[in-house]
Ligand binder design. Structure first.
Ligand SMILES: C[S@@+](CC[C@H](N)C(=O)[O-])C[C@H]1O[C@@H](n2cnc3c(N)ncnc32)[C@H](O)[C@@H]1O
Length: 317
C-alpha cells in the first residue's frame, strides 16, 4: 500500500505509526472532513476492497486533489496546485522532515498561536520545487521564515502563485533563482545573511531516462490497474518538469556539491541538512563531511511503514 494511502476515520494507520510523534498524519486520513474542507476531492474518493475510503494512487489527479485537501484542512493553505507532471509530494513524509529539523534545532512543540510569536528560525529550502512543500509546511506549522531557491523559474512562479493566494501565511516565504545549476548556496546566501538550517530533497536520478524508467516501474507495480489506466498514469505522472527528478550524476553528485559548498558558507548556516534516498550515498557523503572539518554529523532516520529514508545533518559551528 502506498505511504499516502489512509482510510478510516480515527484509526491509527499501520503505515504511519513510525512518523514523528508531532506529525498530524499519525492518524488515518479522515476523508469526510477532507472533503468538507476541499469538496473537489469528493469524486476521487471511493470505498476500496477492504471496505475503507481511499483514492486511486495511480491517478495523479486524485493524489493532487488529496494533497490540496490535506494542505487546506490541516495547514490552512488554500489553492495549492502544481503544473501537470510536477512532483506531487507525500505530505506526511515532508512534514516529518520539518518536525525532525525542529527537534534538531531544539524547537519545542509547534506554538498554539503561531501568529503571536516573533519568528526565530530562518530556513533555507534548496530546490523548493513547484510544490513549495517544505517552506509552506515550516511556515504554517512553526511560523518560520523561509527562503526557497530553485533553478527552474516556472517552479518558482508556481510557488509565488500559491504564496499570493495565501496572504495570511503564518511565516514568510521568499523565493530566489539559482542561475547556475552547478551551484547550490553560491548566489543564494547573501553577504551578512544567516540561516539556522538548510533543507534539501535532491534530484535523485542520474538521467531523464533513469527517472522515466523508475516512474514506469512504479506504475507497473500498481498491479490491480488495467494497462490503459497504467499508461494514462505514466503520462500524467511524468511531464515537462522532469528536471525536478534528475540531474547529471544523480543524488550522489548533487550531495557532493551541496557538501562542498556548505563549507564555504560554514559561518552563515548553523545546520546543513539533506534527505538521502539511496543508502549507498550515505557513507561517501559522511566521509566528505568529516574531511571538510564538520564539528558534528547526524544521521536521522525517518520511517513510514516499510519505507526508511534519512536526513543527513552537519554543522561546522
Ligand atoms: C526532488 S525535487 C524537490 C522538490 C521539493 N523540495 C520536494 O521535496 O518535493 C529537486 C528540486 O531541486 C531543484 N534543483 C536542481 N538543481 C538545483 C540547484 N543547483 N539549486 C537549486 N535547486 C536545484 C530542481 O529544479 C527541483 O525542483
Amino acid at each position: 500500500m502506498s505511504t499516502h494511502q489512509r482510510n478510516k476515520k480515527s484509526k491509527t494507520d499501520p503505515n504511519s505509526k513510525n512518523l514523528h510523534p508531532r506529525n498530524l498524519h499519525v492518524q488515518a486520513y479522515d476523508f469526510p472532513s477532507l472533503i468538507k474542507s476541499y469538496p473537489p476531492l469528493a469524486p476521487y474518493v471511493t470505498t476500496n476492497a477492504h471496505n475503507t475510503l481511499s483514492v486511486d494512487f495511480a491517478d495523479s489527479l486524485a493524489v493532487k486533489a488529496l494533497n490540496t485537501a490535506l494542505l487546506k484542512h490541516h495547514y490552512h493553505i488554500a489553492n495549492w496546485d502544481i503544473p501537470e507532471g510536477a512532483l506531487c509530494p507525500p505530505i506526511p513524509g515532508r512534514a516529518d522532515y520539518i518536525h525532525y529539523i525542529a527537534e534538531l534545532l531544539g524547537v519545542s512543540e509547534p506554538p498554539t498561536n503561531v501568529k503571536s510569536i516573533k519568528p526565530t528560525i530562518n530556513l533555507l529550502d534548496i530546490g523548493i520545487g513547484a510544490n513549495g512543500i517544505y517552506s509552506l509546511l515550516a511556515c504554517q506549522i512553526y511560523g518560520w521564515q523561509c527562503v526557497g531557491s530553485d533553478i527552474n523559474t516556472h517552479s518558482l512562479e508556481n510557488v509565488a502563485a500559491i504564496i499570493a493566494s495565501n496572504p495570511t501565511l503564518k511565516g514568510d516565504v521568499k523565493l530566489r533563482t539559482q542561475t547556475d545549476k552547478h551551484h547550490i548556496f553560491d548566489g543564494i546566501i547573501q553577504t551578512g545573511e544567516y540561516f539556522d538550517v538548510s533543507v534539501c530533497n535532491p534530484p535523485f536520478h542520474a538521467s531523464s531516462d533513469e527517472a522515466l524508467k523508475s516512474n514506469q516501474r512504479k506504475i507497473s507495480n500498481l498491479s490491480h490497474h488495467s494497462n490503459e489506466q497504467k499508461s494514462t498514469a505514466a503520462k500524467l505522472n511524468f511531464g515537462g518538469l522532469d528536471a525536478e527528478l534528475w540531474c547529471k550524476g544523480g543524488e550522489r553528485l548533487f550531495l557532493k556539491k551541496l557538501i562542498k559548498e556548505s563549507q564555504m558558507f560554514s559561518t552563515q548556516c548553523r545546520w546543513f541538512t539533506s534527505l538521502v534516498s539511496k543508502i549507498d550515498n550515505v557513507k561517501p557523503a559522511k566521509k566528505l563531511i568529516t574531511k571538510l572539518g564538520a564539528s558534528d554529523i547526524r544521521e536521522i532516520e525517518m520511517k513510514q511503514g516499510n519505507k526508511i529514508t534519512r536526513i543527513l545533518a552537519w554543522t561546522f559551528m
